[in-house]
Design a protein around this ligand. Structure first.
Ligand code: GAL
Length: 804
């Protein structure tokens, strides 16, 4: 069965290669790999026997498959998961007709220290785990016969990161084949230098390569299509061009009449198709998605998109996808972005490294501004085995690869050369900052360069002293915002990090108005905190270098010169479990928990950052008789909120100046707590929460009941404990056991609690505050998938999905 499947895969690959042999072929190279966890130096040999190795598809992260343990050298800061060494091998065939073509393998990211061999021939290594790279396979391929590609991944030196990195070929892989005359890798660069109501000028820079041994005469041009597929522009001068041996660069111009602009509210996209013809025959074609938008930072007034002021409502995001680990998955990334979009987020800082390329496609489509960041450290380390070991030798190639890969994305609006770089405190920071900015600007001058800084005294900040930064990014220190324009006259600012506030979903410590600094200072890395390792979710717990979410929002809103903010962090991520130590293994910083369930503060942002009517009430209404409970509400589009307990009014409240919530202190009685938001005395929204009984059944709700039978699509199933009347139970937990039948499998389980030490791949998961998540992945086979959840005393619940 397996053999037939592999033969079919090879045939499919061959067919797709042949059918597009005339022009460029881009083949998804993710499927049909063999994997071995461990080291075997002979595995690079072409004739090595890998038949006993595990079969898998990429992207793959082996670290996430392990149990959590305090004994791994990455420690809980790195997610309490292992690094190690792993090998991947794939056997594939290329047709004879490819002899005169150029064939390249493109890796979007391998964590880390990858080395690659084709048919036993060494192609090279790439230390940085967050960068794309490629190899030319042409001279080493066996045409019409099997080839073997072998990849060694060495993530054994630990600790190497301040957060969870994952290990393996964790991003997409492609095989690209072109004629000997073709657009080079990243050989099309599109910008829109002139934009007005009537027209946009589109500049296209081409980099054509000629790997043959004679010059060739070709036609090279670009057509632009709008979102409906209608051709709206073509190159001004379509003439024959002579391409010398080696290559050729050329700049072209097109004009689009009455352009539709890309914005975060309406992310309109155009497609440019660049073609090369030889003797009337098409020999290469490259499609580039782009957008038409302008933006600028104004030192006094902040950020402007398409000449309209726009506060940057951003979040910082690490790359892991919760229970899926670092392995990139489009459906999971899309779900994260959807959740953020609904909260009102319009910008993302991918911290502290370049993200997956496919994630930027999603940001283009969904309307997010993106800050792409190169590094978390330069030559001075933050961890024993981090990128400082490779910086000298590799920073140039890594920065260039980042800019070349990402420069066409309309979403990408800033480059960041680093995060809280140690060199900001000494003179080496000046030289390195200049160098990195020069490297970026040599390729792209259309985007400002920033750096996320902590040192905000100009005389002490050596990165700022370089004079190379277009925009200054500052992390935290709200209390200094007022001073920034005096300290750095004429500069533009963005809050590259705010908050570092902490919470676990559904946890509440009274009273809600006593703030906790966890940790309280630099000498106390972890705190005793709560015995169950929860952190209260009233916005009143934060690290000493941070603030509450509310304080950060108020500070950024107060100053027009602050272009906006990137909250630390959008989602919880694996690693950095401040304020706790093991068994805590993932962060408490997120506005959304690791499972993708919003915490209460999500609705604070939603009420501030969106115009849709919001009325949110918390906490739950299951407390002990005699308790005094602080009831909070976030709202907008209303003048006041009236609260009722069991039908009796507890009074109306409006948000006081400089406060973004209303609060009542309520002597608890079981029953119904209800809020009504009102405008001019008229009810706008109503929200009520009931005291629930004990769990009686399991509710399963899928985010999508129809998924694609492509082997990667996902359905996220939210699991809730309900009482006998159907009320959610917020204060009891049960162990749930999942099983899946049909053409799908359980890709992971979670409950969002950062100190749950059960593997994220376990099919049994205890709920946290009455909730859990099961992630179901499709196979490459259509049919009905049945997901069953069982728990002692609750019977079982079933949900059906269609994979088509
Ligand atoms: C910042 C840092 C982030 C994260 C955060 C946690 O200083 O840039 O990567 O560690 O603190 O509060």
């Amino acid at each position: 069965m397996k053999l037939i499947k592999n033969i079919l895969l090879v045939v499919a690959l061959l067919l797709s290669l042949i059918s597009s042999a005339q022009v460029r072929s881009i083949v998804d190279f993710n499927n049909g790999w063999k994997f071995f966890l461990g080291n075997d130096s002979l595995a690079s040999n072409a004739n090595y026997n890998d038949s006993k190795w595990r079969s898998l598809n990429l992207p793959h992260d082996w670290s996430i498959e392990s149990n959590f343990s305090s004994s791994f050298p990455a420690t809980n800061q790195g997610g309490a998961l292992p690094g190690g060494t792993g090998w991947y091998r794939k056997t594939f065939t290329v047709p004879l007709s490819f002899k005169n073509r150029i064939t390249r393998i493109e890796f979007d990211g391998v964590y880390k220290n990858s080395e690659v061999w084709i048919n036993g021939h060494y192609l090279g290594k790439r230390p940085y785990g967050y960068i794309n790279f490629s190899y030319d396979l042409t001279p080493h391929l066996n045409y019409g016969k099997p080839n073997v590609i072998a990849v060694k991944v060495d993530n054994s030196l630990q600790p190497d990161s301040r957060w969870y990195s994952g290990s393996g070929i964790y991003r997409d892989l492609k095989l690209v084949s072109t004629n000997n005359i073709a657009l080079a890798e990243a050989g099309v660069f599109i910008t829109t230098p002139v934009i007005n109501k009537n027209k946009a000028t589109v500049s296209v820079k081409y980099n054509v390569s000629n790997t043959g041994n004679q010059k060739e005469i070709v036609k090279l041009y670009t057509d632009v299509y709008d979102a409906t597929g209608k051709k709206v522009a073509t190159s001004k001068h379509i003439v024959l061009r002579s391409i010398p041996v080696g290559g050729y660069s050329y700049a072209d111009e097109l004009q689009i009449n009455t352009p539709l602009l890309w914005s975060t509210a309406k992310p309109y996209l155009y497609k440019a198709v660049t073609r090369i013809e030889r003797n009337g025959q098409l020999i290469d074609e490259v499609k580039t998605t782009f957008g038409i938008r302008s933006f600028h930072f104004d030192a006094a007034n902040g950020f402007f998109l398409n000449n309209q002021p726009l506060k940057i409502q951003g979040v910082c995001m690490h790359h892991d996808l919760g229970a899926l680990g670092a392995a990139y998955n489009h459906a999971a990334a899309k779900r994260q972005l959807k959740i953020l979009k609904e909260m009102g987020v319009n910008a993302i800082r991918f911290s502290h490294n370049p993200p997956a390329a496919a994630l930027l496609d999603l940001c283009d489509e969904m309307g997010f501004l993106v800050q792409v960041e190169a590094f978390d450290m330069w030559k001075k380390k933050k961890n024993k085995f981090d990128y400082n070991l490779y910086f000298d030798e590799w920073h140039e190639r890594d920065v260039q690869a980042m800019v070349l890969r990402d420069r066409n994305h309309p979403s990408v609006f800033m480059w960041s050369i680093g995060n809280e770089i140690r060199e900001q405190f000494d003179s080496t920071g000046t030289t390195i900052a200049k160098r990195l900015v020069d490297l970026i600007k040599a390729i792209d001058t259309t985007r400002p360069v920033t750096c996320a800084l902590t040192e905000n005294f100009p005389e002490k900040n050596f990165i700022w002293k370089s004079g190379a930064l277009d925009v200054l990014g500052f992390n935290y220190k709200l209390y200094d915002y007022a001073e920034l324009p005096n300290r750095f006259p004429g500069q533009s600012f963005v809050a590259t990090e705010t908050a570092s506030a902490l919470s676990s979903r559904g946890s509440y410590d009274m009273p809600s108005d006593s703030n906790r600094l966890w940790p309280p200072d630099g000498k106390t890395p972890t705190v005793k905190g709560n015995a169950d390792m929860s952190v209260s979710a009233y916005d009143h717990v934060y690290a000493y270098w941070g603030s509450s979410h509310e304080a950060a929002l108020l500070a950024v809103n107060k100053y027009k010169f602050m272009s906006g903010m990137f909250v630390w962090s959008g989602f919880d991520f694996i690693g950095e479990p401040v304020p706790y130590a093991w068994p805590a293994r993932s962060s408490y910083y997120g506005i959304v928990d690791l499972a993708g369930f919003p915490k209460d503060v999500y609705y604070l942002y939603q009420s501030e950052w969106t115009t849709k009517p919001v009325l949110y009430l918390f906490p739950h209404w299951n407390h002990n008789n005699g308790d005094t409970v602080d009831v909070w509400s976030y709202y907008n589009n209303a003048d006041e909120v009236e609260l009722f307990l069991n039908g009796k009014s507890l009074g109306s409240k409006s948000k006081p100046n400089d406060v973004l919530h209303v609060k009542w202190r309520v002597p608890y009685q079981p029953g119904v707590i209800k809020a009504i938001s009102k405008k001019n005395g008229k009810a706008i929204l109503t929200k009520e929460i009931r005291t629930s009984g004990t769990p009686a059944k399991i509710q399963l709700v899928a985010d999508r009941t129809k998924i694609k039978a492509n082997g990667t699509d996902l359905s996220f199933i939210t699991v809730k404990l309900l009482d006998k009347d159907g009320n959610p139970v917020p204060d009891a937990d049960q162990l749930i056991e999942f099983s899946v039948t049909g053409p799908g499998f359980l890709a992971g389980t979670d409950n969002g609690f950062p100190a749950d030490s059960t593997s994220l791949k376990n099919h049994k998961r205890k709920t946290w505050k009455g909730m859990a998540l099961a992630i179901i992945q499709s196979q490459q086979k259509k049919g009905n998938i049945t997901v069953t959840a069982k728990s002692a005393g609750l019977g079982m619940s079933v949900i059906s999905l269609k994979s088509e």
